[in-house]
Design a protein around this ligand. Structure first.
Ligand SMILES: O=C(O)CCC(=O)C(=O)O
Ligand SMILES: [Fe+2]
Length: 490
């Protein structure tokens, strides 16, 4: 499509060299998979000659918002009047802060179809999504582009360098104890293509994580107590994630209000999943994170250390919008037969190809915030890499910490059990237009290929703030102990 702005990665870095301090700072929307196209460079050059006072990355933002049309971008810029809340800034000298590059996207006025002016931040959610070319990957580098086109925020160089290195060394040592998650596939037990462990604050929580909470339908065997660095860093993660949540609400969400079902409370992480990817082949496939204990519209803070790897995201397309009309979507079926799930898997691969995906590069010491709209509407993955650049401390390894907030109100003592006696899992209907966005409690076994699940299904009810409204009977005496917030338990 025309809105797709592509160019050779190397060429872009070169063309940006004079405007940025280094390659990691480059604001670029590129598609290294496509054949070399100069059109974007030429379009930017035309716009620069017409609006010499504007910064190149802002012109690129506007060009993208105008579906790649120079004429539309130029008339939009000409229509920018003096009543604009934030006048365009003059082209500034390159920033010396590596990896942190600001974008003016949230302040730029753009014209809606009805002729009214809105800020570009409003168009993040109003305009039709930026779609990628079929089967291709759109690489986003700058924090501004990532915030505009994905449900994520990235903060480069998050910790002081020494602190990040100490944490990396500590977790590399911990990774000796990590294990691979096992699951059933075609009657075979398969292992996850990376290793992991979950971290909690106290011995009591260790007990709960191994005997009450489940993950992928089973009790966890690999739970560890949070290390000193994991705890102390969680304070910073908590502060910054809360700031970014508020910023997202103000600048991106409709009417500057939190999403329906999103918690209005402070985000307070009380569990951390730590993953280790040892070498370029280790990965995690496309998935959304399990909502069972996180609840609707959860926010996750994800810190990357060691080798840089690619984090890919793609939007889940409702079935009615898809080109692949023959698709079998079983996600919302009450009792999904396992055969259909296999068909669904291959069909969703077709869908991913049709849609394309967005790649976010996660260098050492970067914090990625997956915002409230992420898990319900998008899927994410760490894809196997062709090549990696070894890290001076970790060699070929990448460590990732996802800080999570397990909600007290979704403790496993309160959540429903299915007919097989297992803990039901919470999912969000994604594919069918008529049920998209509704939550449901389901038997997990039905999602394990080769296993027959029970027919347990119940719509999940939540109030506007994401607190469960239980329709099953609760044992009022059985008050579950809450997990301790990392920062508070130091
Ligand atoms: O390694 C990453 O960045 C992502 C990990 C992830 O998606 C997960 O733990 O659920
Ligand atoms: Fe995930």
């Amino acid at each position: 499509m025309d809105a797709f702005v592509s160019r050779k990665k190397r060429r872009l870095s070169q063309s940006r060299a004079e405007a940025s301090a280094g390659p990691s700072e480059a604001s670029c929307i590129s598609n290294p998979d496509s054949s070399g196209e100069d059109s974007t460079d030429i379009k930017i050059a035309i716009l620069l000659s017409l609006f010499p006072n504007l910064k190149q990355e802002n012109l690129l933002d506007i060009l993208v918002s105008c579906d790649g049309s120079v004429e539309a971008a130029s008339s939009l810029l000409s229509s920018q009047d003096s009543t604009s809340p934030t006048p365009f800034k003059k082209r500034a000298a390159p920033s010396s802060t590596l990896g942190v590059q600001t974008s003016l996207s949230p302040h730029i006025l753009t014209k809606a179809k009805d002729g009214s002016l809105t800020t570009l931040s409003e168009t993040f959610i109003r305009r039709k999504p930026l779609s990628t070319k079929k089967g291709q990957t759109l690489h986003l580098y700058s924090p501004g582009d990532i915030a505009a086109y994905t449900p994520c925020t990235i903060i480069h160089n998050f910790l002081p360098p020494e602190e990040a290195n100490v944490l990396l060394v500590e977790l590399l040592d911990e990774s000796k104890h990590f294990s691979r998650y096992e699951f059933q596939l075609f009657n075979r037990t398969v292992q996850s293509p990376h290793s992991a462990s979950v971290y909690v604050s106290t011995p009591e929580e260790y007990r709960q994580q191994t005997s009450e909470y489940t993950y992928g339908g089973t009790y966890r065997s690999n739970v560890r107590e949070a290390t000193p660095q994991l705890r102390s860093i969680s304070r910073k993660v908590q502060r910054v994630v809360n700031e970014e949540i508020q910023k997202r609400i103000r600048e991106v969400y409709p009417d500057g209000k939190k999403l329906k079902y999103q918690s209005p409370k402070e985000w307070r992480p009380n569990a951390a999943f730590v993953n280790c990817y040892d070498g370029p082949a280790e990965s995690v496939g496309y998935h959304s994170d399990e909502l069972t204990y996180l609840g609707p519209h959860p926010v996750i803070g994800s810190l990357s250390l060691g080798v840089e790897r690619e984090f890919r995201v793609r939007r889940v397309i409702p079935r009615d919008d898809e080109e692949d009309a023959g698709e079998i979507a079983t996600e919302e079926k009450q009792s999904p037969p396992s055969k259909a799930i296999n068909e669904q898997k291959s069909s969703s691969r077709v869908r991913a190809d049709l849609q394309g995906q967005i790649s976010i590069h996660l260098p050492h010491n970067s914090l990625l915030i997956m915002h409230a709209e992420m898990q319900e509407e998008w899927k994410h993955a760490i894809v196997p890499a062709q090549t990696i650049s070894p890290h001076p401390i970790s060699g070929n390894r990448r460590i990732n910490i996802t800080y999570r907030w397990y909600r007290d109100t979704l403790h496993p003592r309160y959540t429903p059990r299915c007919l097989c006696g297992q803990h039901a899992i919470l999912r969000c209907a994604q594919r069918k237009q008529e049920t998209r966005g509704r939550y449901m409690w389901m038997c997990y076994a039905g999602y394990q290929p080769g296993k027959e699940g029970c027919s347990f299904f119940r719509w999940a009810e939540f109030d506007d703030d994401g607190n469960p409204v239980w329709t099953h009977k609760q044992n009022e005496e059985d008050v579950a102990p809450a997990l301790a917030n990392f920062a508070a338990s130091q």
